[in-house]
Design a protein. Sequence first.
Length: 238
Amino acid sequence: MTSEREAELWDNLGQVRERIQKACEAAGRPGGAVTLVAITKTFPISDIRALAAFGVRDLGENREQELKAKAPECPDVVWHFVGQLQSKKARSVVRNAAVVHSVDRSSLVEALSRAAVAEEKTVRCLLQVSLASYGSSEAATGMNRGGIAPAAVPALAAEVAAADGLELGGVMAVAPLGSDPDEAFAGLQEVASRLRSEHAGADWISAGMSGDLEAAIRHGATHVRLGRALLGTRTPLG
């Protein structure tokens, strides 16, 4: 028997998939060009199992504590870590996730590499890029939502590419608050293009959330990270 919550999730998923499909069509891209990563922070394992049953294969968490609690309960999906990561928690994240979206410093590259070697696995790493310089409004000025400056991408990319146990996957970013997401994601697309010219396999662009996925897809996003549009309003963690 389908529960009321499962019906809600199924309906939300249908709407999200339609948005992604329409955005791809408007951008002249094939419908399968964009992967949905469901961001499940603060939501229960029952929601995760329902989404997996509905065919959602990529799930993301932004807190190490939640990732290590949930990933073993639903191992037959691809787990992504999308939050800021302390180096001391790298081993736990590597143990439970296949992709880390928030690589932003050399010390973290080193910690992830050590952890991947110890766990005998390969972890796909995305460089988190700050788009603050692409903000077009006063509200966006100085609002760095994490990440490295675009000019720092080549050096950090080289470190990831050379690190044991790590695979350079591409870039990730969040549009600055108050900015024009089209301007921000166009900037990210330029950064991604330059990165691919040096590292052909680094072809992921993780960009776009519930409010701006269309803009991200217009500018080449390969992965969109959706929480609210899919799961609803979150309950704050204590």
